[in-house]
Design a protein around this ligand. Sequence first.
Ligand code: B12
Ligand code: SF4
Length: 502
Amino acid sequence: MKKNKKVALITPPYHSGVVESAGTWLNLGFVYIAGALRAAGYQVDYYDAMSLWHRWPDIRRRLEDFRPDVVATTAFTASVVDAVNLLRLAKEVNPEVVTVLGNVHATFCYQDLLEEKDPVIDYIVLREGEETLPELLDCLNSGGDPTRVRGVAFRRDGRVVVTPERPFIQDLDRLEPAWDLVEWPIYKYRAKNDARLAIVSSSRGCKSQCSFCSQQLFWERSWRARSPENFVSELEMLHSRYGVEVAMLADEIPTFDRRRWQKILELMIERRVKVKLLMETRVNDILRDADLMEIYRAAGVEHIYVGVEAGSQKTLDLFNKQTKVEQSKAAIDLINGADIVSETSFVLGMPDDTAESIAATVELAKHYNPDMAFFLAIAPWPYAELYPQLKEYVATTDYRKYNLVDPVIKPRNMTLAELTRDLGRAAQSFYMHKFHNLKQLSPWKQEFMVQVFKILLTNSYLADQMWAMAGSGKEMPEEVRALLRVLEKDQSGPARNFAPIP
Ligand code: B12
Ligand code: SF4
């Protein structure tokens, strides 16, 4: 019988808006780790406190009910403060509990985290968790020495110990995600009539070198993939067994291998897979796949995000994006041409930014004409390659603000308040333009965009700006005016639910 046999995997109750507004998203990393733990004989509680919008008393109750031996949580940079608070709560509820932290922030900042004065983290798992966590727990249960487990960091005799790196898992097809543990009814895609939503992964890694991004570093510029057959069968299973209608690909670059990606699309068409895909990829891959765009659409790809990031070649080069300004427009045109929703973002709030440069980016965004655009505040991950160049402009070390919404870098010639205001105005101006031109879109895109507008007005961090922009809606197309009338009647005035309550 295992000593540490009950493991609670809990997402930190952190919220910041943007993607959260569009739906409720499951934690795929935990679905994979739960599967691996169960296969090794552990009892697992998959608890997505973040998506359930649970607060500390709810989390305490769940801990008291399940009485785990091990509590593990996950941290990218913005969620690390709440992740550590969660482990502190777990220790309060049961001082004997073993606590574990994983994910990108933990992988790069393990030294700082383990050196905290009041240590609540027993072990940090570096990089992929499916093999490391069960092996670590097996080792602890058998009274073994955790220095023998590859890919972990912990404190011993007041010093931080880190073990040798674990190689990445090569055969992703053999992993067994614990889909049956997911609380399916809460996961909904708000922009498509609350369709049942999954997150899936067909590949891991990225070989690009964008200097502001953590993902190429996390995966050490490598890329591995599942076989088309294995991945498409999973989509079929998710639809037939759990009613999944829409799935977001968690992959950084699902299209990296054109032949594999084309095979996936062809299989989806051949087997009439009923799951629609939302995905992210690179501008260059879309240009490469110009002749495949109709196949993307026929297979069920409904939404593609490409990171344009900047409107000037100088900034693109600083970001090491390896694209040319004009290529972004061409990629968005291809996506629009295939009647797929196009989305992009611009990373703003750089030291050189001014009200004028932000306004110019908005005009460029209108010219590029994606269906959706986000104007983000750069977050200087302390482990990113760009960090040394941003360090002297960092205005706060409160990681909760490193969420691409709150400004963290203070531009030389702007205050943080001015930057916040201008990022809000950027979104206002872009969407005003979009909704004026609603009629230029295909019928299904018009319907989708009206849903997006509703989310922006009711459930997003941009709600205030959007209501200010919409005014009485007099100049808007009839669909938008009708929506405004309904929302105002329903909620007797502007709705300001900051975020979705499932
Ligand atoms: C899905 C996703 C989300 C979901 C999260 C759903 C949920 N319930 O947790 C949603 C859409 C809500 C989301 C939101 C945000 N996200 Co997000 N998201 C992603 C995305 C696209 C995929 C993550 C994923 O599922 N990967 C697949 C799984 C299998 O891999 P994994 O998560 O890395 O997990 C593996 C390892 O890391 C490790 N591991 C991870 N956790 C743990 C824990 C333990 C205990 C162990 C042992 C191991 C372990 O093992 C796992 C399996 O091998 C990534 C980008 C990417 N491509 O990875 C961005 C990403 C994680 N998000 C990011 C950001 C910034 C955000 C937001 C702040 C953006 C915003 N303002 O809206 C918000 C914050 C959320 C909030 N609550 O406010 C950044 C984080 C950057 C950083 N370095 O900190 C990323 C990397 C995107 C990017 N390119 O910059 N996100
Ligand atoms: S921004 Fe995208 S392409 Fe660039 S390194 Fe990050 S994941 Fe890779």
